[in-house]
Write a protein that binds this ligand. Structure first.
Ligand code: NAP
Length: 259
């Protein structure tokens, strides 16, 4: 009988943006698969509170790193010696706004937080992936890789850059080390709350009105729970996903119309 191999015991993951939202849910799901977890974010109190939950979920070992993805030059030292085979590149999305009105400083900041940090972290963790003969990189991007979203100009731009960066690396990384992207749709996190607030304020309507309009364009007719993203991310980290490479997988309840 053939079975699906989702066992991550003996592996360790570095999960960025693990103090909240999709990153936190991903850390917990990986823990439930027996993986060791190193949680990285800026808020130390939230990371500290997460560790016992990770242990309870089944993580083989747990640790945290207080780190700032806005400062890519600091990251290699922060993660040196961690011995991880799985890297989740995930952080906070750029603030909303129309691209025409965005200053270059906003684009540069987003490039640093997303592309440069992910780049430094891949370079820093690749040696331990190669030594293990097992590597998984999963980048949490957005459906705007397929269809740019209104009022998210800098975010749309940076997701395109990340997706191109990732596809290029999928051709350069050695066999056994895969890289893939997960593209969230509307997911119930702090990020979604702040986007709903921003859109409601710009349109002069209530948050409930905006939320209802957003749900109406999702064939599943609801927002995602962070755990629904985490399940797909964790699958891509598993042995079962060994032949999935260089792909962008939307987890959006069917909202994106692009083929
Ligand atoms: N939620 C959605 O509906 C949705 C839809 C499409 C795409 N996305 C994208 O998916 C990704 C994750 O979204 P989310 O909804 O989970 O976001 P979230 O709830 O805002 O959580 C973001 C996480 O990233 C961490 N973070 C932010 N800036 C950081 C920095 N400079 N250095 C280190 N850690 C940092 C935050 O922790 P600290 O504050 O403790 O550092 C937090 O743990 C984002 O790129 C987002 O734009 C989300």
């Amino acid at each position: 009988m053939s079975t699906i191999d989702l066992d991550l015991s003996g592996r360790r993951a570095l999960v960025c943006g693990a103090s909240a939202g999709i990153g936190r849910a991903t850390a917990l799901t990986l823990a439930s698969m027996g993986c060791g977890v190193v949680a990285l974010a800026r808020r130390e109190d939230a990371l500290r509170a997460l560790l016992p939950e990770l242990t309870e979920a089944g993580a083989s070992d747990v640790a945290f790193v207080v780190g700032d993805l806005d400062d890519p030059d600091s990251l290699a030292d922060k993660v040196a010696g961690l011995d991880v085979q799985i890297l989740i590149n995930n952080s906070g999305g750029p603030p909303a706004g129309r691209l025409l009105e965005d200053p270059t400083s906003k684009l540069v900041a987003a490039f640093r937080r997303h592309v440069l940090s992910a780049h430094v972290l891949v370079q820093a963790t690749l040696p331990t992936m190669q030594r293990a003969g097992y590597g998984r990189v999963v980048n949490v991007l957005s459906t705007s890789v397929r269809e740019p979203l209104p009022n998210l100009g800098t975010s749309n731009t940076i997701r395109g850059a990340m997706s191109s960066w990732s596809k290029t690396l999928s051709m350069e990384l050695p066999p056994g080390v895969t890289i893939n992207n997960v593209l969230p749709g509307y997911t119930e996190t702090e990020r979604l709350s702040s986007l709903l607030d921003d859109h409601a304020a710009r349109q002069g309507v209530s948050v409930d009105t905006v939320a209802a309009a957003w749900r109406a364009v999702v064939p599943e007719a609801r927002f995602a729970a962070p755990s629904e993203l985490a399940g797909v991310i964790a699958f891509l980290c598993s042995p079962a996903a060994s032949y999935v490479r260089g792909q962008s997988i939307a987890v959006d309840g069917g909202r994106t119309r692009a083929l």
